[in-house]
Design a binder for this molecule. Structure first.
Ligand SMILES: Nc1ncnc2c1ncn2[C@@H]1O[C@H](COP(=O)(O)OP(=O)(O)OP(=O)(O)O)[C@@H](O)[C@H]1O
Ligand SMILES: [Mg+2]
Length: 510
């Protein structure tokens, strides 16, 4: 196979960070080349250099054998290099089709944008990807998963011969991933070279031809996917072997009830959802995309209004009409859309971790214990392995996975009795994932009640003491946590659309 791209001895420094230390990388026509490494290893930076977002400090880039300079994304595009960024970057006010063709709109003979053709071509792309999105609707209001699909369609529409995908499936469900992989298969057959960044080990085995592992800004190794094992890749990433332990389900029969949700409803999204949660319990929420899990979480947290239903905290009715009410009642919610609700990107790590817990740091005379705030931030940086030059770094300069860890730290510090985590490990590397699972178990052991929403079945099985499964706005059943429960059992309930005469209310066995 011929080399589409060769990158040689790429160096890149940011203030306080040596992000790339003489890294080499190459991509062949018709291959999927997985790029792996822990959060902050330098994957996105290397690919931003290849797509003209950053300039390297030194090093060479060859495209089809000829040395090129890529001073802008436009220049990279002219060389046939397209990228789907880790952080979604769509314009919320424009329509889906306008976003896809932005900057290269099809024109009518007298210069006006050919909206009809734009819509038609966007629709054809979606058909090929097997997704159902109206190209004429605004991007505003689309779920993260759907925005991701639009980004993918956008990159595909540019007919790139090099396509870089930076964690494209982070927000997709299994069905959508199958469609995406089918599309990747077609592109491969056409000779497109694909760089694929992901933290999901099973995907790497499924679609990649070669795997390159980076650690701390260095190239650790490149291996043929067929000739290596997941275990070996993890060792290359982390520099040691990881042992995975299963969940230990505590006996909670004597534990107090922390939260009761009774008859929660909102339109077609939440249909009569009732459950309860004990102190010390981790209740996993499984289901397909659109099952209503996030909607339930947002309704409990007061982020969306509810049409009916009562929320009781420690046996007392809680009047929750806004997130502020929820926090007052002791409920915290780590949203799946961190960019919008979780982080102040322009502020530093300390402020992001501590500002939501200010009372903890207030001293007499209205002064703030700033040293205390920094100490707590440093402690979380160490515990969660947040890769940053210091606690003073602006959060927008951290890698995607490290930003995620900052949000988690912020909620861990807030001391809520009830914590709802919505996709807590999205984009987080495998070593840090185990650390977060350990922290969740530790929080439960301290008597907190936890809800963990996750689209990754192994994760639900790994963390939950009990599993609630939703389908189309209904709770279709509960399963015990622990080794006895299988992915198949969850899938069965997750696709249980019910039938005539079927009871809509499931009893909560707790
Ligand atoms: N613009 C920037 N300014 C300062 N530091 C940066 C900038 N961009 C990246 N970094 C730093 O460079 C290092 C590599 O970051 P990069 O985003 O490439 O990691 P990554 O491998 O993509 O990680 P993740 O899996 O979390 O997405 C990190 O320490 C990050 O904080
Ligand atoms: Mg990245």
């Amino acid at each position: 196979m011929r080399d589409l791209v060769v990158m040689e001895r790429i160096e890149k420094r940011f203030p306080g960070v040596h992000a790339l230390k003489g890294v080499g990388f190459d991509l062949r026509a018709g291959e999927v080349h997985a790029l792996m490494g822990e959060n902050g290893a330098g994957k996105s930076t290397l690919m931003k250099i290849l797509s003209g977002v950053y300039r390297p400090d030194s090093g060479r880039i060859l495209v089809e054998g000829r040395e090129v300079v890529l001073p802008s994304p436009r220049a990279a595009q002219d060389h046939g290099i397209g990228i789907i960024h880790q952080e979604l970057a769509l314009m919320k006010d424009l329509t889906v089709a306008q976003n896809i063709f932005i900057g290269r709109e099809p024109r009518l003979s007298f210069g006006r944008i050919d909206e009809a053709r734009q819509t038609r071509e966007a629709r054809a792309l979606f058909d090929a990807l097997n997704i159902d999105i109206d190209p004429r609707r605004p991007v505003e209001g689309l779920s993260i998963a759907r925005q991701q699909m639009v980004e993918i369609a956008k990159a595909l529409s540019a007919r790139s011969k090099v396509l870089i995908m930076d964690e494209p499936t982070a927000a997709l469900t299994d069905g959508e991933i199958v469609d995406l992989f089918a599309m990747i298969g077609k592109l491969k057959a056409e000779g497109v070279g694909i760089v694929y960044i992901s933290h999901k080990m099973d995907e790497i085995k499924r679609i990649s031809d070669r795997v390159t592992v980076m650690r701390d800004g260095e190239h650790v190794g490149t291996v043929a996917a067929g000739e290596t094992s997941i275990q070996r890749i993890i060792e290359m990433m982390v520099g040691r072997a990881l042992t995975e332990e299963g969940v230990r389900v505590p006996d909670l029969t004597a534990a107090e009830t922390a939260l009761e949700v009774v008859g929660l409803r909102r339109g077609r999204e939440i249909r009569d959802v009732s459950f309860s949660l004990r102190k010390g319990e981790i209740l996993g929420f499984a289901g397909l995309m659109g099952a209503g899990r996030t909607e339930v979480a947002r309704a409990i947290f007061g982020a969306d209004p509810r049409e009916a239903g009562e929320i009781r905290v420690k046996g007392r009715k809680a009047d929750i009409r806004s997130p502020a009410d929820a926090v007052k009642a002791g409920i915290g919610y780590l949203s799946e859309d961190r960019k919008h609700f979780g982080l102040a990107l322009g502020m530093d790590v300390t402020d992001n971790v501590a500002l939501a817990s200010l009372p903890k740091f207030s001293r007499s005379g209205g002064r703030l214990d700033e040293e205390g705030m920094r100490r707590v931030a440093r402690d979380f940086i160490a515990r969660l392995g947040i890769r940053t030059p210091s606690e003073h770094q602006e959060v927008r300069l951290l890698s995607g996975g490290n930003q995620q860890k900052v949000v988690i730290a912020k909620w861990l510090l807030r001391d809520c009795d009830i914590l709802i985590f919505d996709e807590p490990t999205r984009g987080i590397d495998i070593g840090a994932k185990s650390e977060i699972y350990r922290l969740l178990a530790e929080l439960a052991a301290q008597g907190k009640a936890l809800i963990v929403i996750s689209s990754e079945l192994p994760e639900v099985l790994r963390v939950s003491h009990r599993i609630a499964v939703m389908c189309e706005g209904r709770l279709t059943g509960f399963l015990p946590g622990g080794a006895g429960t299988t992915q198949e059992q969850i899938m069965q309930l997750a696709t249980d659309r019910g039938g005539p005469g079927r009871a809509t209310r499931q009893e909560d066995p707790a």
